[in-house]
Design a protein around this ligand. Sequence first.
Ligand code: URP
Ligand code: ZN
Ligand code: ZN
Length: 467
Amino acid sequence: MGIVLNGGTIVTAADMYQADVRIEGERIVAIGYEIKQPGDQAIDVDGCFLFPGGIDPHTHFDLPMGTFSTADDFFTGSKAAVLGGTTTILDFATQFKGETLKAALGNWHAKAEGKCYVDYGFHMAITDWNEQIAREITDLVQVEGVPSFKLYMAYKNILQVDDGALLQALRHAGESGALVCVHCENGDVIYDLVHEAVAQGKTSPKYHPLTRPPEAEEEATARVIALAQIAKAPLYIVHLTCKGALQAVTKAKLKGIEVYAETCPQYLLLDDSYYNLEGFNSAKYVISPPLRPIDHQQELWSGLQTGILDIVATDHCAFNYQGQKELGVNDFSKIPNGAPGVETRMGLLYTYGVMTGKLSIHEFVALTSTNAAKLFGLFPRKGTIAPGSDADLVVWDPRISSVITVDSLHQNVDYTPFEGFKQTGQATQVFLRGKQVVQNGRLIEEKPMGNYLPRKPFLKRKVEENV
Ligand code: URP
Ligand code: ZN
Ligand code: ZN
């Protein structure tokens, strides 16, 4: 017995057409007309789009931060994700000082197993580089299904690695079939600017963006691109926010360097005026890199339109305002960095991208699902609607409009940076590997059904390098 979704409009990164979709077990088995078989359940999705389930390749669920952890763990974060139309997340398993990568990966498996409402994979964030770690990379790619690593050029003395480690990691990863993802900000410069500001009594959140200027991101982006070129390794820039960094990526792409980049809804839709809110409210927007002056937004939208930016992810890293963000009330540098967004990504990009005419509906699908599946070793199992692909499907009803408020969301955090934003469309029904998990916008499957996704190695663009 299967399920047939009747009368919807299928949208992929390439096509849009009306057809029925038949699901059997976990997979899509047929697309066409009169495909219903005896005993099948028919679900009418007339007037709705069918999108491939969203893939958010940048989340931080259950991330320890000193004495506490992010407000969303895998249980609450993934519940919010699926209700927003995302059926796969890639979270950053993080190696802390002295740990092996294998131990770090084990920690993240324990956090996620049996607690995730969406399918999930891990990138491995390396914070402590040495020869033994270098040797572990191949194992992670070949045995553990982790073909992507992350390194930070910022957060000095905590997560930051130096250029030597970056170069080595790029080399080892590139040779092992992995993609290196990098947080690009000049951590040394930021460290000095922050300490200087605090010493001068400049302690309110408005100094957060002033001590992390766009030039610090631009410089780091250009530097890591140069390192990737030296290492002959592919590179993925996470959460790109500003014109200068975009120009560095544009220049690299035009030169044929294999570099990819993501941005996030907060950088497309919010600007640095949020650092002038009353009281301590600006702490909600203390994220790194910070929100930029409004003129950077148009450039980022252009980057999406021209294909210079490949993915819209969230960097969901939720901290409550009360009790967590408030830890920095006397010193902005003590505010935990990060904001929630996993539930609002698809709705915001549809509303402010597709509905405004900035993005085609195909670009929307590519940016929220297909490109991530391709870059992170999941395509064509994920990221498209085709026979043989996992039946991860979002029934998107474009006739529904709503307003985003913290109370309307399911993220386990006491604010949303997008409070009051209007949304057009809703993920009214969501299927995860053939099982309906969301109906009429509500979760109907109480048990988390998400599976770990071992991923395929990264295929470099130059075909001869892959054989
Ligand atoms: O402020 C942010 N983005 N926190 C999460 C960690 C990171 O930099 O990705
Ligand atoms: Zn980052
Ligand atoms: Zn992040």
